[in-house]
Write a protein that binds this ligand. Structure first.
Ligand code: 5GP
Length: 184
């Protein structure tokens, strides 16, 4: 499980690790609109709120949550399929989701991705230009609260450099020779 403060780069680290075919991400379902460049079924399963709520009621999601006004949840069958395939299943979720998984006794290595400093986190959040100013303030406030929950995690991964951090993460689950696309 990869989690961490918004802007710390958990998605970048996750995508780097996922270039190696020994890892697969459990794609999350969400009701939020796709951002430019995001693909349905790859970045997220983009679904309507009514469908989300029905699947949620039927216990279809691990760690369902409302994050910044949108609904997110990881379909259970995605995780089960990946685990059955023998690959390392990567879940990239918010800290609230991790708290949920822990109460459900979901086994896994819980990793908190952190920026080298809070100043750097703020710089990254403002720099990525994905969100409007009010959303950035909300994400900064959330990041402060998330940082206080670091103790929930088995490991803290400092994302000073994506390649280095991805290698460290892979080594923690026994993959010492992380490959990238093209070389795989
Ligand atoms: P974004 O909209 O920026 O892609 O994601 C917002 C937040 O929702 C991120 O922190 C992301 O990790 C989290 N998230 C994605 N999928 C899930 C999920 O299945 N459950 C929970 N609880 N959070 C999720």
């Amino acid at each position: 499980m990869i989690s961490g403060a918004s802007g710390a780069g958990k998605t970048s680290v996750a995508y780097r690790v996922l270039e190696d075919a020994r890892f697969e991400r459990a794609v999350t379902a969400t009701t939020r609109a796709p951002r430019p460049g995001e693909r349905d079924g790859v970045d997220y399963h983009f679904i309507a709120e009514a469908e989300f709520r029905a699947r949620w009621a039927a216990q279809g999601f691990l760690a369902p949550a409302q994050v910044y006004g949108d609904l997110y949840g990881t379909p259970r069958e995605n995780v089960e399929r990946i685990r059955a395939s023998g690959r390392h299943c990567l879940l990239v979720i918010d800290v609230q989701g991790v708290e949920d998984l822990k109460t459900q006794d979901v086994e896994g290595l819980y990793v908190f991705v952190d920026a080298p400093s809070f100043e750097e986190l703020e710089r990254r959040l403002r720099g990525r230009g994905k969100d409007a100013a009010d959303r950035i303030e909300a994400r900064l406030a959330a990041a402060r609260a998330e940082l206080e929950k670091k103790d929930l995690f088995e490991r803290v991964l400092v994302n000073d450099d994506v390649e280095r951090a991805a290698r460290e993460l892979a080594a923690w689950v026994g993959v010492d020779d992380l490959v990238s696309k093209g070389r795989a």
